[in-house]
Ligand binder design. Structure first.
Ligand code: FAD
Ligand code: NAD
Length: 486
C-alpha cells in the first residue's frame, strides 16, 4: 500500500545533475541536513546524455586525426576508426546508464536521495511522487534549490512533431551509426555531434539557418567549418528547414528553404535548450510565466530567486543554479553557481551572511558576469572566455581586439600544416584582457590561462612577464602581446 511520508530537512535540492549534486555537497559539508530529489538518473544530463558521452564519441577521432597529422606517427596508423569500440568506450564512460556509483557517493556524503518527480507546493514545501509508489511531503528549514536542468527547444517546422527525430539524447546514446545523418542546428551540440558521426562513418549533412557557431568570432568558427568539411560534412549554411517527413521504410526526407531535399536514416534536432521549469509548481510560490512565454527565473549573485513569495517568517528560501537558472548552460559554470548557492545557504543558515554576498566572495557567482569559459570539442577546437568585442562594447567597455594566426613552434610541432587563430579583447581604460578566443587543434588547454588573466584582472604589462614555455602552443600569448604593442 502506498505510504505518505512527511520528512523535514534543512535543504531540499530538486534535481541530481552535476549542479544539484554540488549544491547538496556544499550544504551537507556545511553541516545542514540535505535531501536531493531525482526523477531519472543521479548524475543528470552531462553524465549520461551530454558532455561525457559526446566527448567519448569525439575523442577517438581527435586522437586518430592527431596521429595522422604528425609525419612518422601517421605512417604507423594503419587502420580507420571502427565504430564498435568507440561506442563501447562511450558505454564505459556513461556506466551503461546506471547511476549506482553516483548514488553510493550520495550515501557516503550523508545526502538523502528521494527518487521521483518533485513539485513545489508552497514556501519551503516539496511534494514528490516517489518511484517506489509512495508519496513524500518534504519540508525545508532553510532552502529549496531548483537544479532541474534544461530541455531541448523544438523549432516550428512542418511535420517535425510527427516524426521520430533524435534530440541530443538519441545521438549521444546511439546504438549504431546511421548511414546518412542530418543535423539541424549549427550550435555547439550540432557541430560536435556532426563531426563525431562523420568520423564514425555517417554521411552527414548539417543544416544551419545562419553560419556555424554564431556566438563565437567568425574567424574561429570558419576553422571549425573547414574541419567539418574536411571530414566530409555537407554544410548547408544560411538555410531554413521547411518540412520533415518520415516514410514506411524509416527514412526521413528533410526539405530545405531552397526547395531541395535531403534524405537520411536519422535526424538530429539540436536547436538550443531552455530551463526546465515546467510542471515544477513554481506558480504555487508566486512565479508565473509571462503570457505565451516559457518561465525564466531571475537570480541574485548567490542564486536566490528574485520575486519569490516569502513565507513571512524567515525570509527568502528559493534558489536556482545551473541550466535551470539559465545564465550559462555549461556544466562547469553550473557547478560554480552551485558552490556559490550552497555556501550562501550555509552562511545564511549560520547567520554569517545577511543580504547579498560581496562580489568575488565564495557565496557570489561573480564570474558569470565577466568570465564564462566554454570549449567546442570539435577538431579543431574552439575555446573562448569573456565577452566578444561586440558584447564588450555593448557593456560599455572601451574595448579593442588583437588577433594573430597561431603560428609558433609549438603549433608546428603539434601537427603538420597546423592552422589556428587567436584573439584577445582588451579593456583600453584599464589595460587588462576581458575576453579571449583560441581556435585550432589542442587549444582547449590554453583557455584557463585566459580565464585566470581575466578573473585576476592581470595588467597587460604584468602579463608580459608570464613567459610561455618553448616550444608550446601557449607562445601565441607572446605573439598576441607583441602585436598589441608590448
Ligand atoms: C549534447 C550536449 C553536450 C554538452 N557538452 C558539454 C560539455 O562538453 N561541457 C559543458 O560544460 N557542458 C556541456 N553541455 C551542457 C551540460 O550538459 C549542462 O550544462 C549540464 O548538464 C547542466 O547540469 P544541471 O545539473 O543544471 O542539469 P541536468 O544535468 O539536466 O540535471 C537536472 C536533473 O534534474 C532532474 N529533474 C528535472 N526536473 C525534476 C523534478 N521535477 N523532480 C526531480 N528531478 C528533476 C533531471 O532528471 C536531471 O537529472 C552539453 C549539453 C548537451 C546537450
Ligand atoms: N562543449 C560544450 O560545452 C557544449 C556542447 C554541446 C552543448 N552545450 C550546451 O548545450 C546548449 C545547447 O546546445 P545547442 O547546440 O542545442 O544550442 P545552441 O544555442 O548552441 O545552438 C542552437 C543553434 O540552433 C539554431 N536554431 C535555433 N532555432 C532554429 C531553427 N528553427 N532552425 C534552424 N536552426 C535553429 C540557432 O541559430 C543556433 O545556432 C548550449 O547552450 C551549450 O551551452 C555545450
Amino acid at each position: 500500500m502506498a505510504e505518505e511520508n512527511i520528512r523535514e530537512f534543512d535543504v531540499i535540492v530538486v534535481g541530481a545533475g552535476a549542479v544539484g549534486e554540488n549544491v547538496a555537497d556544499r550544504v551537507a559539508r556545511g553541516g545542514l541536513t540535505t535531501a536531493i530529489v531525482e526523477a531519472e538518473l543521479v548524475g543528470g544530463e552531462c553524465s549520461y546524455w551530454a558532455c561525457i558521452p559526446s566527448k567519448a564519441l569525439l575523442r577517438p577521432g581527435t586522437a586518430l586525426h592527431a596521429a595522422q597529422s604528425v609525419p612518422g606517427a601517421a605512417d604507423a596508423v594503419t587502420k580507420v576508426l571502427d565504430a564498435a569500440p568507440v561506442l563501447k568506450y562511450r558505454d564505459y564512460f556513461t556506466n551503461k546508464w546506471q547511476d549506482d556509483g553516483a548514488v553510493q557517493w550520495l550515501v557516503d556524503t550523508g545526502i538523502e536521495l528521494v527518487r521521483g518527480r518533485a513539485r513545489i507546493t508552497g514556501p519551503r514545501e516539496v511534494q514528490v511522487d516517489g518511484k517506489d509508489g509512495n508519496s513524500y511531503s518534504l519540508k525545508a528549514h532553510h532552502a529549496v534549490v531548483v537544479a532541474t536542468g534544461s530541455t531541448p527547444v523544438m523549432p516550428k517546422i512542418e511535420g517535425l512533431r510527427d516524426v521520430p527525430y533524435w534530440t541530443t539524447r538519441g545521438a549521444t546514446s546511439a546504438r549504431s551509426i546511421p548511414e546518412r545523418f542530418v543535423v539541424l542546428g549549427g550550435g555547439v551540440a550540432g557541430v560536435e555531434l556532426a563531426q563525431a558521426f562523420a568520423r564514425l562513418g555517417s554521411s552527414v549533412t548539417l543544416v544551419a539557418r545562419g553560419r556555424l557557431l554564431s556566438t563565437f568570432p567568425e574567424e574561429a568558427a570558419r576553422l571549425v567549418a573547414a574541419g567539418l568539411r574536411a571530414d566530409g560534412v555537407d554544410l548547408r549554411l544560411g538555410t531554413d528547414t521547411t518540412r520533415v517527413e518520415h516514410d514506411a521504410d524509416h527514412a526521413f526526407t528533410v526539405t530545405l528553404g531552397d526547395g531541395t531535399t535531403v534524405g537520411c536514416e536519422q535526424l538530429l534536432v539540436a536547436t538550443g535548450r531552455r530551463p526546465n521549469l515546467d510542471n515544477l509548481g513554481l506558480e504555487n510560490v508566486g512565479l508565473d510565466a509571462e503570457e505565451g512565454k516559457a518561465l525564466r527565473l531571475t537570480t541574485d549573485s548567490s542564486g536566490l530567486v528574485e520575486g519569490t513569495a516569502s513565507d513571512g517568517t524567515s525570509g527568502l528560501w528559493l534558489y536556482a543554479a545551473g541550466d535551470a537558472a539559465g545564465s550559462a548552460l555549461l556544466t562547469h559554470q553550473g557547478k560554480y553557481e552551485a558552490r556559490a548557492a550552497g555556501d550562501a545557504i550555509v552562511a545564511r543558515a549560520k547567520g554569517t551572511l545577511h543580504g547579498a554576498p560581496k562580489p568575488w566572495s565564495p557565496q557570489a557567482k561573480t564570474a558569470d558576469e565577466y568570465a564564462i569559459p566554454s570549449v567546442v570539442f570539435t577538431d579543431p577546437e574552439l575555446a573562448s572566455v569573456g565577452p566578444s568585442l561586440q558584447q564588450a562594447l555593448q557593456k560599455g567597455i572601451n574595448a579593442t581586439t588583437v588577433e594573430v594566426p597561431i603560428n609558433v613552434s609549438g603549433a608546428q610541432l603539434h601537427s603538420e600544416n597546423y592552422e589556428g587563430w587567436a584573439q584577445l579583447v582588451v579593456d583600453e581604460d584599464h589595460k587588462v584582457v576581458v575576453g579571449a578566443t583560441f581556435a585550432g587543434p589542442g587549444v582547449a588547454e590554453l583557455l584557463h590561462g585566459a580565464t585566470i588573466a581575466i578573473v585576476g584582472e592581470v595588467p597587460l604589462d604584468r602579463l608580459w612577464h608570464a613567459v610561455p614555455s618553448f616550444p608550446t602552443i601557449s607562445e601565441v600569448w607572446l605573439r598576441l602581446l607583441e602585436k598589441y604593442g608590448l
